[in-house]
Design a binder for this molecule. Structure first.
Ligand code: FER
Length: 278
């Protein structure tokens, strides 16, 4: 009996190690602190014509230190939550500081990060009742805006690679749900998918990934993370359970914390390092 328990414990440990896929657990101290003496990337605002919404829409674009038009970059589309807009990551997470610091330590592949407004409607501000069904629906409509309007714009204006293995999508909360819905729903467009604290807009697993075999062939990375104190954990957990029972490789990263930027900054720090590698 004792041997059986030992065996079981060993198997569980191996399992945990495999799940973690060599992922660091937490960002080191100072990962989000501005360092004056390193090279810095740049944040710009872009405006694109959205045929989907019928307006001009804004997004922020981070170009990395040493950015050059004569190079070609992969792109991470980084999405915000229900109370945010294209500036939520910038204001709450300072992703440019996290990325600059990672570049300085050569821990991340050069990439462009695009932070769109994921509420695809004429008035896309996070004002009034942010839970209003029309506004929540606009987070689903963003799939068309992203695929048909924003991505073509980015690919016309920036020196970027256009193959699926050079495109990643990730986001926090509503943006995490969008990343799973749009990423797994468009495996011909995205090979790298990250969901941080996915919200109730996440499709049910069977609808999210009706064909696990396709995902096994096409995904380079599927990352699902959530804080232990997050009341939305069930949406990440049920997705993880389905992926596991269908043998789809993924990282299920459960970390201390709640539904906030402490968790999401840690996620960005860890997830971005895994992107666009062989
Ligand atoms: C909900 C609870 C939370 C919901 C959305 C959220 C649409 C999103 C939270 C966030 O983006 O931070 O019931 O329904």
């Amino acid at each position: 009996m004792k041997q059986l328990y030992t065996l079981l414990a060993v198997f569980m440990l191996i399992n945990v190690a495999a799940k973690a896929q060599g992922v660091e657990k937490a960002a080191p101290e100072g990962f989000d602190v501005i360092q004056p003496d390193i090279a810095h990337g740049k944040i710009d605002t872009i405006t694109y014509d959205s045929k989907t919404v019928g307006t001009k829409r804004r997004a922020l674009v981070y170009t990395p230190p040493g950015f050059s038009k004569s190079k070609k970059y992969p792109v991470l589309y980084l999405l915000h939550g229900i109370g945010g807009d294209e500036k939520e990551w910038l204001n709450g997470g300072q992703p440019q500081v996290i990325m600059d610091n990672l570049y300085a330590r050569k821990k991340v592949q050069p990439m462009i990060v695009v932070m769109p407004n994921g509420r695809a409607m004429k008035d896309d501000r996070a004002t009034g009742n942010i839970f209003d069904s029309v506004k929540v629906q606009a987070f689903a409509t963003f799939e068309k805006d992203l695929l048909n309007d924003l991505i073509p714009y980015v690919e016309k204006k920036f020196p970027v690679r256009k193959d699926r293995e050079s495109r990643a999508i990730a986001g926090l909360s509503m943006g995490g749900g969008q990343s799973l819905n749009f990423g797994l729903g468009n495996l011909d467009k995205f090979a790298w998918v990250g969901s941080f604290s996915a919200a109730p807009n996440t499709k049910e697993p069977e609808k999210l990934l009706p064909d696990p075999e396709e995902a096994k062939k096409k995904l380079k990375l599927l990352w699902i993370s959530c804080g232990t104190e997050d009341r939305l954990m069930s949406f990440s957990k049920r997705t993880h359970d389905y992926l596991e029972s269908n043998g789809v490789d993924h990282v299920f990263f459960v970390e201390p914390g709640g539904h906030d930027f402490n968790v999401w900054k840690n996620d960005l720090y860890l997830f971005s390092q895994l992107l666009f590698r062989q």
